[in-house]
Design a protein around this ligand. Structure first.
Ligand code: ZN
Length: 290
C-alpha cells in the first residue's frame, strides 16, 4: 500500500500534538461495519475511499488505532491508549494477545517515558482505546504510567463495570485498584486548555476531548465516527454503536458544529494523517485532510 505522508507533530498555540499510531490495517468491510449502508452508495464513493480509507484488495476499511500525545505548558497527556499487549480481544484476532512494541517505541521516540505522563484521558472504554492503560507484569495488570491520573467519565466507568468484559478487569479495574482513576462528569475540564465534551451514543459515557490554546482549537472525536464515509452519511450507524439513534444525533450535531467552527478534528480511526476539517457538501459533509 502506498504511504501517505504522516505528520509527526504540530503546534496548536502553546500546545503540541503528536499522533502515536499503534497499527493501521484493513479492519472489516464496509457492509460489516455499516449494516444499513446501501451497496449503491458504497459504489458511488469507492473512487475516493480507495486507497487511503478502503483497501482495494480486501474491500476492508483501513483503520488506524492510535493515541494523541498532547503536551501543554503544564501537562503531558495521552488521549486514548490503543489496544496494548497481552489483552483478551477474542472477537478480533489481530488485537488478541498482541506482543508488539511499536506503540511504546514510538512514545519513547517522541521523548516520553511512561513516568512522564501526567494524564491519560479515555474517550471511552473499548478495547482499542484503553489497552495501554495497563501492562502485564509478573502475571499482574499494573498501570503502564505510574504517575498518571487516568480520567474517565463516571458514566462510562459504570457502563464498563456492568458489562464486566475482560476490558474492565484488564484495562480499568487495575487503575482503580492502584488509586489512579479519576471518575468525572462528562463535561469535566482539566484546565482552560483541555476539557471533555459529552458525546454519548457509541457508548453511554463517550466523550470528545477539546483543546484550545492561543486562539487555536482542536477536538479529538473518539468514536463519534469511524470512516470519512460517515461525513457523507452521518446516519450510518457503526456496528458497535451501543445506541445507534443517539450516536446518529451526536454525529450529526458534531459534524454541524465542526463545520461551523472550522476547528481541527483529530479522529481516532480515519486513515493517516487522520486529522482535518469538516466542510459542507450537498446536504451533508466531507472530511478535508490537513
Ligand atoms: Zn475505536
Amino acid at each position: 500500500m502506498a504511504e501517505r505522508p504522516d505528520l509527526v507533530h504540530f503546534a496548536l498555540g502553546d500546545i503540541t500534538v503528536q499522533r502515536i499510531v499503534e497499527s493501521e490495517e484493513p479492519f472489516l468491510t464496509l457492509p460489516q461495519l455499516f449494516a444499513e449502508a446501501p451497496p449503491e452508495a458504497i459504489e458511488r464513493h469507492r473512487h475516493w475511499l480507495e486507497r487511503w480509507a478502503l483497501c482495494p484488495e480486501t474491500g476492508k476499511v483501513i483503520l488506524p488505532v492510535q493515541s494523541y500525545l498532547v503536551r501543554t505548558g503544564r501537562h503531558t497527556i495521552l488521549i486514548d491508549s490503543c489496544v496494548g499487549n497481552d489483552k483478551s480481544v477474542e472477537w478480533h484476532p489481530p488485537w488478541h494477545q498482541r506482543r508488539d512494541r511499536t506503540w511504546t517505541d514510538k512514545l519513547a521516540a517522541a521523548g516520553v517515558q511512561p513516568e512522564d505522563i501526567d494524564y491519560v484521558l479515555c474517550t471511552h472504554l473499548h478495547a482499542d482505546h484503553c489497552g495501554w492503560n495497563t501492562t502485564l507484569r509478573d502475571g499482574r495488570w499494573v498501570p503502564t504510567f505510574p504517575n498518571a491520573r487516568y480520567v474517565m467519565a463516571k458514566r462510562e466507568y459504570e457502563h464498563s463495570q456492568r458489562e464486566a468484559k475482560p476490558i474492565f478487569t484488564e484495562n480499568v479495574l487495575p487503575i482503580v485498584a492502584a488509586g489512579q482513576a479519576v471518575l468525572v462528569d462528562m463535561d469535566h475540564a482539566l484546565d482552560d486548555e483541555v476539557w471533555l465534551e459529552p458525546t454519548p451514543g457509541h457508548t453511554p459515557g463517550h466523550v470528545a476531548v477539546r483543546l484550545a490554546s492561543g486562539g487555536a482549537r482542536a477536538v479529538m472525536c473518539g468514536d463519534i465516527m469511524h470512516s470519512p464515509i460517515q461525513c457523507v452519511y452521518p446516519e450510518w450507524a457503526f456496528v458497535s454503536d451501543q445506541d445507534p439513534e443517539r450516536a446518529r444525533k451526536t454525529r450529526r450535531k458534531f459534524l454541524e458544529s465542526e463545520c461551523e467552527s472550522g476547528d481541527l478534528v483529530l479522529t481516532a480511526h480515519f486513515p493517516s494523517p487522520s486529522m482535518g476539517h469538516i466542510v459542507a457538501k450537498e446536504d451533508a459533509f466531507r472530511f478535508r485532510y490537513i
